[in-house]
Design a protein around this ligand. Sequence first.
Ligand SMILES: Cc1cc2nc3c(=O)[nH]c(=O)nc-3n(C[C@H](O)[C@H](O)[C@H](O)COP(=O)(O)OP(=O)(O)OC[C@H]3O[C@@H](n4cnc5c(N)ncnc54)[C@H](O)[C@@H]3O)c2cc1C
Length: 496
Amino acid sequence: MDILDEFKFSFEGDVSDESWIKEYYSVDSSSHQIYPELVCFPKEEDDIKVSLSFAAKNGLSISCRGAGTSLLGQSLSNGIVLDFTKYMNKILELDLQSNTVSVQPGIVKGLLDKELRKHNKFLPPNPASSNYCTIGGMVSNNSSGPYGLGYGSILRYLQHVDFVYPNGENGFAENSVCDDRLKKILLPLFSIYDKIPPLYPNVSKNSCGYRLDSVFNPAFSPQNLFAASEGTLAIFNSLKLTIIDLPVFRSLFIVYFPNILKACIYSNKILSTRPVALELLDASVMDSSIKSATANHNGCLLFIEYFYQYRSQINSIFELLKNAIGSEGKVLEHAHDVDSINKLWSSRKNALNMAIRYTVGNRKPFTIFEDTAVSVSHLYEYVTYILTLYKEYNLSYVMYGHLGNGNLHTRPIVSDDGYSDNQLHSKQTMILDNITHLIFSKIREYKGTITAEHGDGISRTPYIKNVYNSFILSYFKYIKKSFDPLNILNPGKIIL
Ligand SMILES: Cc1cc2nc3c(=O)[nH]c(=O)nc-3n(C[C@H](O)[C@H](O)[C@H](O)COP(=O)(O)OP(=O)(O)OC[C@H]3O[C@@H](n4cnc5c(N)ncnc54)[C@H](O)[C@@H]3O)c2cc1C
C-alpha cells in the first residue's frame, strides 16, 4: 500500500484528489487561486489527527475550510484542504439553562439560527453571508455584520474551544482555564497583559492579527486567542457559544441622506439613540427600486434598527430618530414586523454581491483596504480623505457597510478605458499601491484597523505591520511558533 492509500485507509471521512474537486477548492470568495493536493472531509476528531500526521510526514500544509466565503484567501492551500461542512456540521448540545450552544465547526450559521429561533434564541453576529458561512469560519475570522454595533463580534460569544494542536495533541480553552500546554504558551503574556490593550487599535471591532488584547481583558479568557486566528494555530473540533433571547420588538428605519459625508456628520447623533445596527449603502450598491425613489446619484441610505422591550416604546424611538437626523435626513421606509424587516434587510445583504458585479471582465476587485475601521469620532475626516483620493485618481467607487462601527467597506472601480490587459494591470497596481499606502497611513494616524471583520488572509497579511508595533508582532510570531513549529497550518496567513 502506498503512503496515500494508507492515509485514505486510516481516514474515516472522504479523501479526494480528483481534478474537478481540486479545481473547486482552488478558489474561495477572494481573487486568489491555489490548487490543493488533496481535499478531505473529516468525520471525527481522529480524522483531523490523521491528516495532521500525514501533512507533517509529507511536508504538506493544511487549510481548514467552512463555506469558503472569506474574501482574502484564508481557506486556500497548496497542500490539504479540510472541509468541515460535509460531516462535522452538527449541533452537539443546546443548553437553554446556561444559554449556550455547542457545535461542530462546519455548521452553517443560517441553519443554527433556524434551530435557535425555535427556542426564541439567537447568536447576534450575523454576516451578510450567514446563509452559507460556518461557525468555524466565523470564529476564525472574528466575523460580525450589522449587529456588530449593538452586540459586538463573535469573539464576545466564544465560551469554549476544543481543538487539536498541529502535532495531534488535544487542547481546550474556556473562561479562566485551558490545557497545560496553552497555559505554558500564554505564560510570558501574563507579566505584560496590561501593556497589550493600549497597543491595539482604538475601534469597536478588529480582526487584524491575533487578538492578544482580548485574552486578559477583562478576565483571563484563553479561548479568545482563537477568534481571528484564521486557522493558523489549531484545528477546532467543537465550539461552545453564548446565545441570547430574541428581541421582543424590533423596528427598522431606512433613512435617506443626500450624500455619504452628511450621513457621517449625523452618525454620532443617531448613535445616541442607541440603535443595534447603523448601516450605510451608497447609490452604487442600492437596489434599483430604492435608487429610483431617491433621485440623487450621490445619495445614500442608512439602515437603522432598534430592539426594544415594550410596544409603547416605538413612538418615542421614532421621535428620537427624527430629531437625530434633523431636516437633512428623510425616513423613506419603516418596518416593525419580522417579515417586513427581513425583506428590507435583504437589499443591504446584497451589497457585496452588487459591489462584486462592478468587477466584471478584466477588472480586478480591490480588496486590500475594503474593511478598514476607525473610531466614529474620526469617521467624517477619514471618509473625506478617501473620497478626495478617489477624486484625485478619477475613480468611481462603492462604499457601504457598518457606519456605526466606523467600518465602511469601499472599493475603487478601475474602468478599462480601452486599455490592454497588461496596461490595465499596471494601472491598477500603481493605483492600488499608492492608495493603499495613503489609506493605511491614515489608519495608523487614527489608531484604526486595516480589517474590522474580514480578516488578513493572503492579501492583507503583508500590511499587518501598519497596525501593530514590533513588540506586539514579536508576540504574534512567538504564539504561532509555539503552536505550530513546523508551520503546517495555513502558512502565509497572519504570519509571513
Ligand atoms: C457576500 C459576502 C458577504 C459577507 N458579509 C460579511 C459580513 O457582513 N460580516 C463579516 O464579518 N464577514 C462577511 N463576509 C466574510 C465571510 O463570509 C466571513 O468571514 C465568514 O465568517 C467566513 O466563514 P466561512 O465558513 O466561509 O469560512 P472560510 O472562508 O471557509 O474559512 C475562514 C477561516 O476559518 C478557518 N477555519 C474554518 N474551519 C476551521 C476549523 N475547524 N478550525 C480552524 N480554523 C477553521 C479557515 O482556515 C479560514 O482561515 C462576507 C463574505 C461574502 C462572500
